[in-house]
Each structure stands twice: as structure tokens, then as C-alpha cells.
Design a protein around this ligand. Structure first.
Ligand code: NAD
Ligand code: TYD
Length: 352
């Protein structure tokens, strides 16, 4: 495979750090440049094992910083971009939509603009990969799946900002010929996920004996995917996906929130040596999230048929590995839950 220089944005976050690790290790001849602003969600601890790798460069900065993008394009001559930098948590988007519009919409357009400027002489030799979410498709009822042709119907400020960024990415393809590819993935889980999201939040609260806040009736459904299955799909789509196409990525793995929380409680009881059933007593049904999407479920058959991708591990195994990881990385959890997190947690949960 020819050598490449790739810009990964948001590489210090949850999925980004798994992707950076995967690419740095799998492609020693590639130059991997990670541009990340290190917001509350970005953490260089996530990348300790690759920070010294000779093919890896970290740059702290904002995707909205046009001068910095100029500098990076001029220095590294990127062949491709894999764009993950974003504000990513629905509850935060309800509290502060502007931050989402800034990074997810304006930031994406800034990056598209820079790519077009630097690549215009030989556009077809480059690739702009935009990493997006299944939440752009809205909410499903009891049946059915999101396919690549499901009309967009975003319903939270987060999903509206991601939908908007997807539209801009496609507009740059249709209008200027920028060679793009987009993937829309279901909910990820695994090590290094910030404990504002359901699975690590529940694991952390079980670990510390805090109440487990289940929104509404707990019957909301998500389709969970092991994070390394997502990064493997991104690698495949980046290299082999067809230009201008969209690929859905999902685990065919639907769980009602309450069932998932019960399973996590049981796994944690076992791993922590607590009597069976004890963590379930921490469950509290709390006030629902406004505009809460009822069900997400992905049809990933296009990706399977075109690129031979399939999820690699069963959820029970993945949840066990995840719980075990958080238990053996208590220091990581302590450091990310001090400071800003405490304030967020109080604001988010005190009136529920
Ligand atoms: P995350 O919140 O864990 O990480 C986001 C990263 O982006 C952080 O490291 C942060 O510092 C960085 N960042 C934020 N604003 C920035 C800016 N202006 N400039 C540069 N860097 C900035 O998010 P994640 O869960 O890893 O999600 C990564 C991407 O995948 C996002 O685009 C998200 O929409 C998408 N996605 C996530 C999921 C999921 O389940 N987590 C599912 C599908 C798609
Ligand atoms: P989350 O991890 O925030 O992902 P998303 O909203 O992007 O799907 O939430 C997953 C599901 O868990 C969602 O239905 C909301 C619910 N949830 C709770 O019940 N309690 C919580 O404290 C959180 C954070 C989420």
C-alpha cells in the first residue's frame, strides 16, 4: 500500500483515540497527524501507548483555526482526512446548542474549505472521510431499520448539527467535486469512553455506589457496537469505500436501556465480588430527556456486502471487557471525573 499522510481530527476523544491507535500500529509507513482541541472530552492519556511512535504527530488546535489548517496542510501534504472532531453528547447539546453548531457545523465547513483549497489541483487523489451518526435519521418505532436512503429527520441539537455537517460534506462533493465518503454509525461502547455516556456512566456509578439514573420508562432502544469494530469499518471505508457514498455501520444489536443497565449491574456484581442483585438496587428512574428518540437500529448490509465487514464480538463479551477495563483504570476515571465533570453532573442530574 502506498505511503499516505492522513489528518485525523478529534483523535484524543473516545472513538478517535481507538482509530489513531489502530492506524498508527497497522500502517507504520503512514504519517498520522492527530488534530484535537483537547476539550473536556479529549485526553492524551488515551494515547499514551502510541505517543512516541515515529509515524505519529499530535497537534493541539481547533478545526476552526484557518491559519493552523493552512500550516498543517502546507507541512504535511495530507492525502486524506478522517474527520471525527465534534461535540458529541446529546444532553450537553440540549443545554448548550451553540457549541455544537460551532464545532460540528462551522468546524466541518472550515475543514472542507481547507481541503478544497489545498487539493484542487488533483482532487481525485485525495479523500475526505466524514464520521457521522445514525441519529441524523431521527427516531424509529417498534420496527424497521435505518438504511443509507432513510430521509434525514434529526430531532436533537446534536443530531441536527451532525445532519447539517453531513449535508455540507455532500454539498462540497456535488458542487466542487471534493471526493468524500460518509459513514453513519450506531452507539459505540468500550474503553476510554467519557463517563457522561450511558455505559461508562453506569459502570462508574455502580463502582462508586451512586444512583443509576435511567431516563423515562427505560424502554428506549439503542443498537450498540464495540468501538474497535467501528474503527475497523472506518479503515475499510477510508481505503475501499466508493467516493460520494454513504455507509451505515451498526451492530444488529438492539438493547432496551433498562435491560442493558440490568446486565451491567450483574456483570459488575460478579467482577466486584458483590452479592448477586445488589447493584440493581441502585437503579432510579428519573425525569426523561426532552425530545428523547425512542429507538435507533441500523441496517449495515451495504457495508457487509460491499466491503465484507461484520461486527466481531458479542455484547456480553464486550460489556464484560468494558467493565473490566474501567475497574482496572480507576485512575483514568478519577482524573476525567474531577473538575468540569462534577459541575456537569450536578447540573444534569440534580433536578431529575
Ligand atoms: P468525543 O466527544 O469522545 O471526542 C470528540 C473529540 O473531538 C475530543 O477529543 C475533543 O477534544 C475533540 N474536539 C472537539 N471540538 C474540537 C474542535 N473544535 N477542534 C478540534 N478538536 C475538537 O466523541 P466520540 O464519541 O469519540 O465521537 C467521535 C465522532 O464520532 C463524532 O463526530 C461523533 O459524532 C461520531 N459518532 C460517535 C458515536 C458514539 O457512539 N460515540 C456514534 C456514531 C458517530
Ligand atoms: P447516550 O449514551 O447519551 O447516547 P445517545 O443519546 O446518543 O444514544 O444515551 C444512550 C441511551 O441511554 C439514551 O436512550 C439515553 C439513555 N440514558 C439514560 O437513561 N441515563 C443516562 O444517565 C444517560 C447518560 C443516558
Amino acid at each position: 500500500m502506498a505511503t499516505q499522510s492522513i489528518l485525523i481530527t478529534g483523535g484524543a476523544g473516545f472513538i478517535g483515540s481507538h482509530l489513531v491507535r489502530h492506524m498508527v500500529k497497522r500502517y507504520p509507513d503512514y504519517r498520522i497527524v492527530n488534530l484535537d482541541l483537547l476539550t473536556y472530552a479529549g485526553n492524551l492519556e488515551n494515547l499514551r501507548d502510541v505517543e512516541e511512535a515515529p509515524n505519529y504527530t499530535f497537534v493541539k488546535g481547533d478545526i476552526l483555526d484557518a491559519a493552523l489548517l493552512d500550516e498543517l496542510f502546507a507541512s504535511f501534504h495530507f492525502d486524506g482526512i478522517i474527520h471525527l472532531a465534534a461535540e458529541s453528547h446529546v444532553d450537553r447539546s440540549i443545554a448548550d446548542p451553540m457549541a455544537f453548531i460551532r464545532t460540528n457545523v462551522l468546524g466541518t465547513v472550515q475543514l472542507l474549505h481547507a481541503a478544497l483549497k489545498y487539493w484542487q489541483e488533483n482532487l481525485d487523489q485525495h479523500r475526505f472521510y466524514h464520521v457521522s451518526t445514525d441519529e441524523v435519521y431521527g427516531s424509529l418505532g417498534e420496527t424497521g431499520y435505518f438504511t443509507e436512503t432513510t430521509p434525514y429527520d434529526p430531532r436533537s441539537p446534536y443530531s441536527a448539527s451532525k445532519a447539517s455537517s453531513d449535508h455540507f460534506v455532500r454539498a462540497f462533493h456535488h458542487t466542487y467535486g471534493l471526493p468524500i465518503v460518509i459513514s453513519n454509525c450506531s452507539n459505540n461502547y468500550g474503553p476510554y469512553q467519557f463517563p457522561e455516556k450511558l455505559i461508562p456512566l453506569m459502570i462508574n456509578n455502580i463502582r462508586t455506589g451512586k444512583p443509576l439514573p435511567v431516563y423515562g420508562d427505560g424502554q428506549y432502544t439503542r443498537d450498540w457496537l464495540w468501538v474497535e469494530d467501528h474503527t475497523r469499518a472506518i479503515d475499510l471505508i477510508y481505503h475501499q469505500g466508493r467516493v460520494g457514498q454513504t455507509y451505515n455501520i451498526g451492530g444488529h444489536n438492539e438493547w432496551k436501556n433498562i435491560d442493558l443497565v440490568h446486565t451491567l449491574c450483574d456483570i459488575m456484581d460478579e467482577l466486584m465480588g458483590k452479592p448477586a442483585g445488589s447493584s440493581r438496587q441502585l437503579i432510579h428512574f428519573v425525569k426523561d430527556r426532552p425530545g428523547h428518540d425512542r429507538r435507533y437500529a441500523i441496517d449495515a448490509s451495504k457495508l457487509a456486502a460491499e466491503l465484507g465487514w461484520a461486527p466481531s464480538i458479542q455484547t456480553d463479551e464486550g460489556l464484560r471487557r468494558t467493565a473490566q477495563w474501567y475497574l482496572t483504570h480507576a485512575e483514568w476515571l478519577e482524573s476525567v471525573t474531577s473538575g468540569e465533570y462534577r459541575h456537569y453532573y450536578e447540573q444534569q442530574y440534580q433536578h431529575r
